[in-house]
Design a binder for this molecule. Structure first.
Ligand SMILES: NC(=O)c1ccc[n+]([C@@H]2O[C@H](COP(=O)([O-])OP(=O)(O)OC[C@H]3O[C@@H](n4cnc5c(N)ncnc54)[C@H](O)[C@@H]3O)[C@@H](O)[C@H]2O)c1
Ligand SMILES: O=c1ccn([C@@H]2O[C@H](COP(=O)(O)OP(=O)(O)O[C@H]3O[C@H](CO)[C@@H](O)[C@H](O)[C@H]3O)[C@@H](O)[C@H]2O)c(=O)[nH]1
Length: 464
């Protein structure tokens, strides 16, 4: 089966970049990315390609090449579904904030809405691809909706989870460690659908890197990969606290441990805590699934990864208060960084949000600089927590676009995101313009300790 028209529902951090790369690599396929968010679609279509809604290194170049050639962004969801042979569902699957499974389970309402819309619109056979991260066995529910509400056409459901990391999305998409495709490999139609998707990726991904499995293994592998990755961060962060008590240095420990080829060096960077839209949500979902099968020990095991992460964010903030003579009330604390990692404008679940919230509860005044995050996004993140009124957040938090101004007259600086540019700031100038003693807290192990101490900073770094 040759795919001519692809539709992707959801023009977010996954749908946008993934489809841009597919369109670039498969010029003979028309790719239409649709979304109900008109503002987002307008931004994807902005004449100035630098204004696309997602910041990812290399993305604007890919979009510039393919857009209006075979890559289109639209709000006409029905039309794109109707035309497509293959439909990616790439909508958000956040943690439920209400009802059964509140705070744990994945909220599948957007997925279900997509399924119902596809069923209503589709007049010929289609391949439906789960791109969103979903609980294991979601494909069963999708099939049920599609077959019971559709127009009698056939749907093949595939699972094709996305493993890209933000900040390196284009690189990850161009050269993925593996592409995972789950399908009904026991039927001819299922095998054909899997092959159709393999053929798309095979335009640029070598065959040996494309893994095919049954649907349930594919769905569960995505949750497992994120749980393993997050577990490594929580493991090294647990050791960082022990390092601080014992005189060991967590970077040295990580290096020594990571040189064991069975362990490996990646993902052992101690930090103020992992953030991002995926790790916490996916682990909570895994915990919920395990509990729903009565697997309480399995659930508890994975929940500890989140408990450790919450502890790490809190103890970083508490250490600032303790070091500043047990009070930050009325003191100016400068934040360098707000995004959950460098090279992205995404702030979802960023550790910075929770550190700020803790310090605001201690009556600190916070001034923030992040090279890619907007002022309004920062207020929205704080308001979303609902800890205090929007008015109070606005009066106590200032966002500026100059790092030197942000640090002027500060009692302390906290590095919350590992943006490269923070390393190269004129730290002597920053020191000179701060109140003394000048406290500097590095939540990312980004800065050189000896250098900063020589300038005169009272320097604290995670795990050191
Ligand atoms: N962000 C990542 O790095 C990443 C990586 C791998 C997997 N994932 C998974 O991919 C999925 C999408 O994540 P994201 O970060 O792109 O989310 P996102 O919130 O950035 O984008 C989702 C988009 O879907 C749109 N949408 C929701 N319902 C819709 C509907 N019925 N019709 C049309 N559009 C609709 C929303 O308006 C939104 O723009 C999630 O399941 C996530 O867990 C994310
Ligand atoms: O050694 C490390 C590695 C990461 N982090 C933090 O962990 C979070 C997540 O980082 P990363 O995994 O690089 O970014 P994400 O975009 O969240 O990507 C993860 O989540 C995606 C969504 O499911 C998956 O597709 C990716 O494979 C998976 O890496 C960030 O706050 C990082 O700062 C650390 O603190 N130490």
């Amino acid at each position: 089966m040759k795919i001519k028209n692809i539709c992707c529902i959801g023009a977010g951090y996954v749908g946008g970049p993934t489809m841009a790369v597919i369109a670039q690599k498969c010029p003979e396929i028309n790719v239409t990315v649709v979304d109900i968010n008109e503002k987002r679609i307008a931004a994807w279509n902005d004449k100035d390609v630098e204004n696309i809604p997602i910041y990812e290194p290399g993305l604007s170049e890919v979009v510039a090449e393919a857009r209006d050639r075979n890559l289109f962004f639209s709000t006409d969801v029905d039309a794109a579904i109707d035309k497509a042979d293959l439909i990616f569902i790439s909508v958000n699957t956040p943690t439920k904030t209400y009802g059964m499974g509140k705070g744990m389970a994945a909220d599948l309402k957007f997925i279900e809405l997509c399924a119902r819309q596809i069923a209503r619109v589709a007049k010929d056979d289609k391949i439906i691809v789960e791109k969103s991260t979903l609980p294991v066995r979601t494909a069963e529910a999708l099939k049920n909706i599609l077959e019971n509400t559709g127009n009698g056409v056939n749907f093949q459901i595939l699972s094709n989870p996305e493993f890209l990391a933000e900040g390196t999305a284009v690189k990850d998409l161009m050269k993925p460690d593996r592409v995972l495709i789950g399908g009904d490999i026991n039927s001819e139609e299922g095998k054909e659908a899997v092959q159709a998707l393999v053929d798309i990726y095979n335009h640029w991904v070598p065959k040996e890197n494309i893994l095919t499995t049954n649907v349930w293994s594919s769905e569960l592998s995505k949750l497992t990969a994120n749980a393993f990755l997050a577990q490594r961060v929580s493991s090294i962060n647990a050791m960082s606290e022990l390092c601080e008590k014992t005189g060991a240095d967590v970077n040295e420990v990580a290096k020594a441990v990571g040189m064991d080829s069975r362990i490996g060096a990646k993902f052992l960077k101690s930090s103020v805590g992992f953030g991002g839209s995926c790790f916490q949500k996916d682990i909570l979902n895994l915990v919920y699934i395990a509990k729903s099968f009565g697997l309480n020990e399995v659930a508890d095991y994975w929940e500890q990864v989140i408990i450790m992460n919450d502890h790490q964010k809190k103890r970083f903030a508490a250490n600032i208060v303790k070091t500043l003579f047990n009070t930050v009330s009325g003191k100016k604390i400068s934040f360098l960084g707000w995004a959950f990692k460098k090279d992205t404008n995404d702030t979802r679940e960023s550790a910075a949000i929770y550190v700020a919230d803790y310090l605001l509860n201690e009556q600190a005044d916070i001034v923030i600089y992040d090279p890619k995050v907007t002022k309004e996004q920062i207020y929205a993140d704080l308001n979303y927590l609902g800890t205090r009124s929007e008015k109070e957040n606005r009066s106590r938090v200032t966002v500026l676009n100059d790092p030197y101004k942000v640090c002027e007259d500060a009692h302390a600086i906290a590095v919350l995101t590992e943006w490269d540019e923070f390393e190269h700031l004129d730290w002597k100038k920053i020191y000179d313009n701060m109140l003394k003693p000048a406290f500097l807290f590095d939540g990312r192990r980004l800065l050189k300790k000896e250098e900063k101490k020589e300038i005169g900073f009272e320097f604290y770094a995670i795990g050191n």
